[in-house]
Design a protein around this ligand. Structure first.
Ligand code: HEC
Length: 179
């Protein structure tokens, strides 16, 4: 009995050795846990997400008039959107300046992005695509918030929500042709 165990063990060992030598053998899976993402990796992931989710398509100065300014990405737009029944809203400054998200925690940013709710409880106009961003994984939402917090702060206050009559800067509006 003892003999056959030894033989079996030897056979298994030589099979393993063969496997290890075979050129097409898959790389052995590492038993070690993957290293935790560093803060730089998280910010890089957030930057990648902000790019493909096109935050700058609305939140970059000049973006809505086809004259996007390259120097101050995500510092907000002086041009807004008129949302029927809601008023005129402007994509705010997302940099960590006090005229932007400087006083917001990462948690508050995540709630605004994924649930469309500001820290003061106001629900954002649906032109801010929170309904789509609600599907972010918790890790990606955190990465996005960390990236916004890492931006150089830019002083730029955009107009607050207003009415078409009181709007002082341009806004995009939708005309529904008469039937
Ligand atoms: C289609 C245009 C559009 C896109 C794309 C967009 N936003 Fe917005 N966002 C807005 C508008 C407009 C508002 C302001 C709405 C309001 O005041 O009701 C807003 C509001 C916000 C707010 C609340 C800020 C505040 O001061 O109230 C945050 C945070 C935000 N957006 C983050 C993002 C991020 C991050 C992305 C990309 C992942 C993004 N947005 C993409 C249009 C957009």
């Amino acid at each position: 009995m003892r003999q056959s165990w030894t033989l079996a063990a030897a056979a298994a060992a030589s099979l393993l050795a063969l496997g290890a030598c075979a050129p097409e053998a898959p790389a052995p899976a590492s038993a070690a846990a993957p290293p935790a993402a560093s803060a730089t990796d998280v910010v890089a992931r957030g930057k990648y997400l902000a790019n493909i989710m096109d935050c700058a398509g609305c939140h970059r100065p000049g973006a809505l008039t086809g004259q996007a300014r390259p120097d101050t990405p995500l510092s907000g737009s002086q041009e807004g959107f008129e949302i029927p029944g809601f008023g005129v809203v402007y994509p705010p400054n997302l940099t960590p300046h006090e005229t932007g998200l400087g006083a917001w925690t990462e948690e508050q940013i995540i709630t605004a992005v994924t649930k469309g709710e500001r820290p003061d409880g106001r629900i954002l106009a649906p032109i801010m695509p929170s309904h789509a961003y609600a599907n972010l994984t918790p890790d990606d939402a955190r990465a996005l918030a960390a990236y916004l917090k890492s931006l150089p702060p830019v002083e730029h206050k955009v107009p607050g929500p207003t009415t078409p009559e009181q709007a002082k800067t341009p806004y995009l509006t939708m005309k529904v042709p008469a039937a």
